[in-house]
Design a binder for this molecule. Structure first.
Ligand SMILES: Nc1ncnc2c1ncn2[C@@H]1O[C@H](COP(=O)(O)OP(=O)(O)OP(=O)(O)O)[C@@H](O)[C@H]1O
Length: 291
């Protein structure tokens, strides 16, 4: 695992976007997004469905190209990289998804091993086609995520939370310096969501891994991240250290930028229920100047 020693924990950001705008036809998905992420930070990307979270994450490993603006990841200008250099960069950036993307008919161990495919020559078929060192590393990662005893089970026999932990182990096979997590707990129940977020947080701390994780839930963002970047209609409306925030403040910011009471209600429903005894929130709900 690459640690913070190879990506020095200085003020040089590992990720930096400058005025990134993305249009899909006439649909503007990102609006002049400028954010930086420091080495070892765990950042939550918070926003409703359609606010641009996945689009921003996809720009960070070059799966999308911005319409305008600049993106630097691990010192590389992602927007101008040639395919070979982009593949090399992607090996340094692990990614996990809401739907885990495991092969259900394969064993858990084989699924983890597929995380090495980008570094091995030729196709692999079956456990024994992988080098012994890779198999040992994969078993180590399974132990790290608490699933060593499931190594030889079929992946589709595992619960959703367990499958996401397998996906994390698979991402670790790349020795990533950055982990992008696209709604990693959106399909999970609250307990499993907490377990997965705790695991991501622990691995980030142990390995100096930088994490950007998109989430819908304010509670999870505040509990497990160092900083929350809030998106609304593709625009950054919040970019604040978690220690400086509580849930009502997040909702207040979303309330201030909501264009109508109906939008605020929808935001509130989607980002999580709020304590209506909180005076700031009650003020917004009662007398929104935007309604
Ligand atoms: N390839 C695409 N072509 C056209 N429109 C797209 C494309 N990808 C995303 N969009 C649009 O861009 C906007 C932002 O989408 P995005 O998936 O980034 O949002 P999100 O915040 O990740 O949402 P969710 O939480 O539902 O995943 C949406 O309106 C979406 O429909």
């Amino acid at each position: 695992m690459t640690s913070a020693t190879t990506t020095p924990n200085t003020s040089t950001p590992v990720i930096s976007t400058t005025d990134v705008t993305k249009d899909f036809g006439r649909m503007r998905a990102l609006r002049e997004v400028s954010v930086t992420v420091q080495p070892g930070e765990v950042v939550a990307l918070l926003g409703r469905s359609g606010s641009g979270k996945s689009t921003l994450l996809r720009h960070l490993n070059g799966l999308e190209r911005p319409t305008s603006g600049a993106i630097t990841v691990l010192g590389e200008n992602v927007t101008t990289l040639r395919p070979k250099a982009l593949r090399a960069l992607r090996r340094r950036v692990g990614i996990i998804f809401q739907q885990f993307e495991l092969v259900g008919s394969l064993t858990v161990l084989e699924n983890v091993l597929t995380g090495t495919l980008s570094t091995l020559r030729g196709p692999r078929l079956g456990l024994w086609s992988y080098p012994r060192s890779s198999r040992l590393t994969a078993l180590g990662h399974l132990e790290r995520v608490g699933l060593l005893e499931k190594a030889y089970n079929r992946a589709d026999q595992l619960s959703g939370g367990q499958q996401q932990r397998v996906a994390i182990a698979r991402a670790l096979m790349q020795n990533p310096e950055i982990l992008l997590a696209d709604e990693p707990v959106a399909s999970l129940d609250p307990d499993s969501s907490d377990q997965v977020m705790r695991l991501i947080r622990e691995i980030a701390a142990d390995e100096g891994l930088t994490v950007i994780c998109s989430l819908h839930q304010v509670d999870l963002a505040l509990t497990w991240s160092d900083r929350v970047i809030g998106l609304r209609h593709g625009e950054v409306v919040l970019n604040t250290s978690t220690v400086d925030l509580d849930k009502s403040q997040v909702m207040e910011i979303y309330g201030r930028v909501a264009s109508s009471t109906a939008e605020l209600t929808a935001i509130e429903t989607e980002l999580g229920s709020i304590d209506v005894t909180d005076s700031a929130v009650v003020d917004i709900l009662r007398g929104s100047p935007h309604s």
